[in-house]
Design a protein around this ligand. Structure first.
Ligand code: CA
Length: 234
């Protein structure tokens, strides 16, 4: 990690689980500290065996030079079992290695030394790509609420609720994982498809409109100091 890290806001990771696979203790400690400050839940592995035995995370930051097995093989095995976001980090500059990592299913590739802000940005992008696939259901049911992601329709107790495009985008983001709290920043990045550093009042306006139209305001729960979540059960 080459430069003074830009830690970012603590809410950007929003409790996403990141597995750092790195045998260089100094680099691993620095990554863990920076990612934790950015709001990620970090676990560490120093060998390929540990990485493959770990609880499945949301994202993996994977060093290629591991003591027991080549990181490229680890990349292939991780990808074979899940759509987890994989960010490969290595000192190897050879194009052949980058191509091999991408062919084996890595989402992205960073050559050491790299800036921490860049790592965070690439991690966010990789997570955005992988997470919708993780919650692959096209029709989400949470109690009386049905969200049909493919047809872009929402029903409450069997009655269709007409929504604007942005209101649907908002409920679709929340419906990808009912019961999980999403930070305001994360909702913005995904429903508005943009980085947002200004006031997020427009989010409250859309949530209020959505609650009113659904006629069941309790379906979208406010998580104080964080953001919102879709109520998981009835
Ligand atoms: Ca290494």
């Amino acid at each position: 990690v080459s430069e003074q890290p830009n830690w970012g806001s603590p809410e950007q990771g929003a409790g996403r689980r990141v597995l750092v696979v790195e045998d260089d203790e100094a680099i691993a400690v620095q990554l863990e500290r920076g990612l934790s400050r950015a709001g990620y839940e970090v676990t560490r592995a120093t060998t390929a065996a540990q990485a493959l035995a770990a609880e499945p995370p949301d994202a993996v930051i994977l060093d290629l030079g591991l003591p027991d097995l080549d990181g490229l093989a680890v990349c292939g095995q991780l990808r074979a079992r899940s759509p987890v976001a994989i960010l490969v980090v290595t000192a190897r500059e050879a194009e052949a290695d980058r191509v091999a990592a991408l062919d084996l299913g890595a989402d992205d590739y960073l050559v050491k030394p790299f800036g921490f802000a860049e790592l965070l940005a690439r991690l966010r992008a990789a997570l955005r790509r992988s997470l919708p696939a993780t919650g692959a259901a096209e029709v989400v049911r949470a109690g009386e609420l049905t969200v049909d992601l493919r047809a872009r329709r929402v029903l409450v107790a069997g009655r269709e609720v007409p929504l604007t495009g942005k209101e649907f985008d908002l409920i679709a983001v929340l419906a990808e994982d009912p019961g999980r709290a999403l930070s305001r920043q994360e909702i913005f990045e995904r429903a508005w498809d943009a980085h947002w550093y200004g006031p997020t009042k427009v989010l409250d306006v859309h949530v209020a409109a959505l609650r009113r139209k659904l006629g069941r305001p309790e379906l979208i729960e406010t998580v104080y100091g964080v953001g919102f979540r879709l109520r998981a059960g009835a």
